[in-house]
Design a protein around this ligand. Structure first.
Ligand code: SF4
Length: 305
């Protein structure tokens, strides 16, 4: 049984009480905005799903008052220095519902009105609709194009609600050609599906061809609900025999009940991530987004709203 229904997600409006949230992911801290709850992209490995959102893949809520709430929260932060805002940490702000509601666009207009630096994570080509908005603000924003693979057959299974990879590459090219800083984020790298040297090399080659200078990536983390979906994916690929290898790499035994994210062991992580970093440095590209965050933060380091 798949992790999503065979129908298109239901899209509804909701009213939010707040929109700016603090986040901490590894060394990164800052503020994030999630204009939507739920996600049409339906990635099997998604970290944003959990027991509090059982219909995450099938019901998408647009936080219809988000731009107004954002403006009022920014007004309350007057005289407070703030870091670049991440859009989004727990949904894709340019998923299909954005074509209907335009909430993300209106939030970005508010951020620009307050001259706040920001960056967008997306797997969508719909962002092209707002290319001019980004082009006119390119010193204070950047885009992270997330995705686990550039192999369309794999993509249809693990990221079934996303646009075709060729369409996304066309969009990335338009952003690069417009001088907007971009990063391609290979996240997550999935053991036995997207972790081979050939797979990683082919994606890095594509980044180089697109003139995307920044590339990041990290290994899949597992939680019990994510593991259940990954097992469905392994079954679709006919490689359920790798369950034993997952147990070894992540140090667990079935049944997998961890409620917190479990990381792959150091030997596996070093091997795969070092391969990615080698491929990146061989082409004089840059690993990670720290440098771009610094660049857009530096411009506004003394900035207070
Ligand atoms: S695009 Fe992001 S938030 Fe949406 S399903 Fe995929 S991983 Fe989850």
């Amino acid at each position: 049984m798949l992790w999503y229904s065979n129908k298109a997600p239901i899209i509804e409006r909701k009213y939010s009480k707040s929109i700016l949230r603090y986040f901490k992911v590894g060394p990164h801290i800052g503020l994030t905005i999630n204009p939507y709850q739920g996600c049409h992209h339906r990635c099997g490995y998604c970290y944003a799903t959990y027991k509090w959102a059982p219909d995450f893949y099938d019901k998408v809520y647009g936080k219809i008052n988000a731009p107004e709430i954002l403006e009022s929260e920014l007004n309350k932060l007057k005289n407070t220095p703030i870091l670049p805002v991440m859009i989004s940490s727990a949904t894709d702000a340019y998923q299909y519902a954005e074509a209907k509601f335009g909430i993300t666009k209106r939030c970005i207009e508010v951020l620009q009105q307050y001259q706040i630096p920001f960056y967008v994570f997306t797997k969508s080509s719909l962002i092209e609709r707002d290319l001019d908005l980004f082009r006119n603000y390119k010193n204070k924003c950047f885009i992270v194009w997330s995705g686990a693979t550039n192999d369309e057959k794999i993509k249809r299974i693990i990221e079934p609600g996303t646009p075709p990879i060729a369409r996304i590459f066309d969009t990335i090219k338009k952003f690069v050609d417009s001088g907007i800083k971009c990063c391609i984020n290979m996240d997550p790298i999935i053991p036995f599906i997207t972790d081979t040297e050939e797979h990683i090399e082919s994606l890095v080659n594509k980044c180089q061809q697109l003139q995307v200078e920044h590339i990041s990536g990290s290994i899949l983390r597992l939680r019990y609900d994510i593991w259940n979906r990954i097992k469905e994916i392994l079954e679709i690929f006919g490689i359920l025999w790798t369950v034993k290898e997952y147990e070894r790499i992540y140090g667990f035994q079935e049944p997998f009940l961890h409620e917190k994210n479990l990381s792959a062991n150091k030997a596996y992580t070093d091997k795969v991530v070092n391969n990615l970093k080698d491929q990146i440095s061989k082409r004089n590209l840059v690993f990670g987004i720290d440098e771009i965050i610094d660049q857009i933060s530096h411009l506004t380091q003394d900035y207070t709203i």
